[in-house]
Design a protein around this ligand. Sequence first.
Ligand code: TYD
Length: 188
Amino acid sequence: MIIIFEGIDGCGKTTQVKLLCNYLKKNKIKYLKLKEPTKEFKDILNKNLPPLFHFFIFNASRFLVYSKIKKLKDKYWIIIDRSFPSTFVYQWYVGNVKKYINKEMLLKINKLVTQNIKIDKVFVIDIDPEVAYKRIKRESLFERKPLEYFKKLKDAYLKLSKDFGWKIIDGNDSPENINFKIRKILKI
Ligand code: TYD
């Protein structure tokens, strides 16, 4: 089983990853928790460079992550905190990389870096951008953006979820209830 958690910064996705992993652990289901982007790319991503540059760095990072997944996916449940849906939303749609790379090309590149590995579920935790915005206190390039940017990200997640069949989860609920809903969908 391969599951991706997504959503705008501050949506509570990392808490959901944790809750699901705790549940898997309790039930003796072997899992692997992964995060994109990987550490070695963090510094370069914090530089103020154009979205097209970021697009390729995220894809490079992703290629390494999926190489690992390829080896381990039959033995472990794979839980990923952000993956290609983030690139589709942040760089391609909101960052306007779609100006250079059309949908067909985007999917081709994605197929290449994710090595044709089938994803079972993408959960998008959807919350009010103002709530998310207030939650974010950390300093990073991505999180220093104005509220308007968060609204654009939310709209992009909703639009692309429709196009790609990602499951939208209402994030305006307690973490436990959200976890319950997610487990119900996963039938565990
Ligand atoms: P980080 O602090 O690592 O994670 P999070 O907010 O998920 O806890 O920040 C990751 C940032 O990188 C986040 O703002 C989203 C962004 N991002 C992209 O723009 N494109 C991508 O492909 C990925 C994986 C992340």
